[in-house]
Design a protein around this ligand. Structure first.
Ligand code: NAD
Length: 468
């Protein structure tokens, strides 16, 4: 194909929850925009991350609930997992959403192109596509290239024995034995999912506890539930290497100075992700890169005028909703509007069992910032809806400023946490005080009542537990 040259207002590189949202919003703001994607629309999140993992997690949860349905009067004989059907259903879920991305881009007026983009000047993007190459001149380039799994020595990804999250979400059968290296977001979500489907799961976590950075009381509850599910969690465990032995992988880890060997049919390595900032021509153009990330200011500008970065490649936290929010901000900035990243909190959810969801500061973090705090805690065990759901492991903690009663942070552990947390983020974003939550009538019987009760508890006014 001959070289083609065209002029647009903006080129967005990458079509994950950062890139495709930037493309839609730029087009809505009247900017002629091309979104370039070298793989499939929707990025990691839609194709091999958030969405397919939640589809499988939901399926595993349904299976597990039915297996334990006898105590609520549901008896099922011969219950079993058909992984083939589960995987094709997951594929349908993904297909629906990725197809939607293309349609949304198109109907808003943005062009979607499959190709590999590279900057040759701050305002020139070369796109290798269909065996040919086109050159696009753009007033603004948004780098939204995401991240990829980190590989560790001794565990080269081979797609067979040693897999990353993409491989683990595509197993054709439930592995009898699964070793998970890394007890973070991915390790715990996928480990729990396969344990529910019947795998014997061992998690090797290098630090003294899983889910580092979370409230210790919350981590303790998740760890207790993992144990009840039959998952072995080895902490202080550094995976060293593996050998093929008797048709399985024998994985060796240093656990507190002693070598421990665990057998596995599959090994999932989930020790974090690395930003995709290489091969884009950024360094050659003088774009600053720090430990792989592209640093940006509050308007998502890099140090080189005309080049912006959003999402995982622009820094932590590597969360889809942070990328999408940055995408909307960067589109406004490029359109010349006075926008910037100005958020009080970025909520985070771990789809473990029970789920964990947080917004704002923990007690520890608030104290470190010199705040005098009060904490209100409300257990799911005292909540009508949770009891009716037969799912009472969990609690809500509301952290408020002792003087002003401003809501500083809310942590939730318990199934349903992923939905409840939206109210917490709204409260913090709006600068709510505990009274704003406690005086809001919450529909009964619902799980969000736990947030209302915890806010009341922080004020010493809880109704359904004793105030201490
Ligand atoms: P993570 O940073 O959440 O967890 C990695 C874990 O691996 C840590 O606990 C770390 O101590 C441990 N570790 C590191 N090296 C190790 C080693 N050699 N041996 C044993 N343990 C080791 O990373 P992740 O789980 O890979 O997830 C990557 C990113 O993806 C996360 O940062 C998160 O932002 C994102 N993610 C989010 C969600 C969600 O929002 N629900 C789900 C999955 C992933």
């Amino acid at each position: 194909m001959a070289d083609q040259k065209m002029r647009v207002d903006a080129v967005v590189i990458g079509s994950g929850p950062g890139g495709y949202v930037a493309g839609i919003r730029l087009a809505q703001l009247g900017k002629k925009t091309i979104v370039v994607e070298k793989d499939k629309p929707g990025g990691i999140c839609l194709n091999v991350g958030c969405i397919p993992s939640k589809a499988l997690i939901n399926a595993a949860k349904t299976y597990d609930k039915l297996r334990h349905g006898a105590k609520i009067g549901i008896l099922a004989d011969n219950l079993r997992v058909d992984m083939g059907t589960m995987q094709s259903w997951k594929g349908e879920v993904v297909g629906k959403l990725t197809g939607g991305v293309k349609t949304l881009l198109k109907s808003n007026g943005a062009e979607f192109r499959v190709g590999t983009a590279r900057l040759t000047s701050p305002r020139t993007v070369e796109i290798a596509e269909n065996g040919g190459k086109s050159v696009v001149e753009a007033d603004a380039v948004v780098v939204a290239t995401g991240s990829r799994p980190i590989e560790i020595p001794g565990f080269k990804f081979d797609g067979q024995r040693i897999v990353d999250s993409t491989g683990a979400l595509d197993f054709k059968a439930v592995p009898e034995r699964l070793v998970v290296i890394g007890g973070g977001y991915i390790g715990i979500e996928i480990g729990t999912l396969y344990a529910k489907l019947g795998a014997k799961v061992t998690v090797l976590e290098a630090l003294p506890a899983i889910l580092p950075g979370n409230d210790p009381e919350i981590v303790a509850l998740v760890a207790r539930k993992l144990k009840a599910l039959g998952v072995d969690v080895l902490t202080g465990a550094k995976a060293k290497g593996w050998v093929e032995k008797g048709g399985r992988a024998a994985v060796t880890a240093d656990v507190g100075g002693k070598d421990v060997t665990v057998e596995a049919d599959k090994v999932l390595v989930a020790v974090g992700r690395r930003p995709n900032s290489e091969g884009l021509g950024l360094e050659e153009l003088g774009v600053r890169i720090e430990r792989g990330f592209v640093p940006v200011d509050r308007q998502l500008r890099t140090n080189v005028p005309g080049i912006y970065a959003i999402g995982d490649v622009a820094g932590q936290p590597m969360l889809a909703h942070k990328a999408s929010h940055e995408a909307e901000v960067v589109a406004e900035v490029i359109a010349g509007h006075p926008a910037e990243m100005d958020v009080r909190c970025i909520p985070a959810v771990i789809f473990s069992d029970p789920e964990v969801a947080t917004a704002g500061l923990t007690v520890e973090e608030a104290k470190q910032r010199g705040r005098d705090v009060k904490v209100g805690k409300f257990p799911f065990a005292a909540l009508g809806r949770a009891i009716a759901n037969a799912d009472t492991d969990g609690f809500v903690k509301v952290v408020i400023d002792a003087g002003t009663q401003e809501v500083l942070g809310i942590q939730v552990v318990g199934n349903g946490a992923s939905d409840i947390i939206a109210e917490a983020a709204l409260a913090i974003e709006m600068g709510a005080v505990a009274g704003d939550i406690s005086l809001t009538i919450h529909a009964h019987p619902t799980l969000p009542e736990a947030i209302m009760e915890a806010a009341k508890a922080a004020m010493g006014e809880a109704i359904h537990i004793l105030n201490r």
